[in-house]
Structure formats: structure tokens, C-alpha cells
Design a protein around this ligand. Structure first.
Ligand code: HEM
Length: 129
């Protein structure tokens, strides 16, 4: 709980169980997208899912710490463009809408929070859009 007794987004999404459900369903969508699947072909998905659970939980206000690499480092040199990021975030929103019973403003708040990280993912390493 925050000091104002408002549940955090993390609590509203169902805490740890909600995050596990979200990340699993979200990556099912990402891996089913032919424009994104290739990025993950050499990735150990179990590890990635674990890292993303920590990361998203922390981003939504949980008191867990993220033990992975900085986002810039994890994504550098992969050729991820804003178009890829757009699709990635669209899958996140679709997952929230399909599998969770959130208010539309909570869905937007989660997506907005993820968007604030976009520059770290597409990076300052000169991609062509
Ligand atoms: C704001 C959006 C995003 C966030 C918050 C995010 C977050 C993360 C996190 C937390 C990791 C784990 C890092 C680690 O293991 O140390 C990761 C890894 C990864 N992400 Fe993202 N990501 C985003 C967007 C994307 C997009 C758009 C793509 C590709 C289309 C992508 C592809 C990858 C890949 C391939 C890895 C695994 C790297 C490896 O195999 O070591 N990510 N991401």
C-alpha cells in the first residue's frame, strides 16, 4: 500500500500471481508475432520471463528488486526499432485487456509506464526507423 492507502498498480493487477499470468500470456503473444519472434530465437525464455516478472513488478510499484541487466545493455545492438517497440507494447495492452479485469485508466497507466522506458530499449545506438 502507498501512504495514501491507494493500492499500487502491482496490487491492482493481482500481485505476484497477476504478474506471472501477465508475463506468460504476454510472451505467448510476442512469440506468436512473426515480426517479433525472431528477436527471441536465441533467448532462454525461462530466464527472460523471470527477469521480466521482476522488472515489471518493480515498475508497477512492488517492493521487489530487479536483478537483470540495465535495459540499454540488454537491448543494445539488436536492431530494435520504434516499430518493434510499438508492436511489443500493443501486445502488452492486448494481454491486459483480454486476461485482466482492470479499469481502462489502469491499463493506460501500465502502458504509459512501460513507454517511459522506450528510449532505453531502442537506444542511442543509431537505429533506422
Ligand atoms: C519498454 C519495453 C521493454 C522492456 C521494459 C523490456 C525489458 C526487458 C528485460 C527486463 C529484459 C531482461 C534483461 C536481462 O536478462 O538482464 C529484456 C531482455 C530482452 N528483450 Fe526486452 N524489453 C522491452 C522491449 C523489447 C523489445 C521491443 C524487444 C524486441 C522486439 C525486446 C527483446 C528482448 C530480448 C531479445 C531480450 C533477451 C536478451 C538476451 O537473450 O539476453 N525487448 N527485456
Amino acid at each position: 500500500m502507498t501512504t495514501s492507502d491507494q493500492p499500487t498498480l502491482y496490487e491492482r493487477i493481482g500481485g505476484e500471481q497477476g504478474i506471472v499470468r501477465l508475463i506468460d500470456a504476454f510472451y505467448d503473444r510476442v512469440l506468436a508475432d512473426p515480426e517479433l519472434a525472431g528477436f527471441f530465437q536465441d533467448t532462454a525464455m525461462d530466464t527472460l520471463r523471470r527477469m521480466q516478472r521482476e522488472f515489471i513488478a518493480a515498475a508497477l510499484g512492488a517492493t521487489v528488486s530487479y536483478s537483470g541487466r540495465p535495459l540499454g545493455q540488454a537491448h543494445a545492438g539488436r536492431g530494435i526499432t520504434p516499430k518493434h517497440l510499438q508492436r511489443f507494447v500493443a501486445h502488452l495492452l492486448d494481454t491486459l485487456r483480454a486476461d485482466f479485469d482492470l479499469q481502462p485508466e489502469d491499463e493506460s497507466a501500465i502502458v504509459d509506464r512501460i513507454w517511459t522506458l522506450a528510449n532505453d530499449v531502442t537506444g542511442n545506438y543509431g537505429v533506422d526507423v
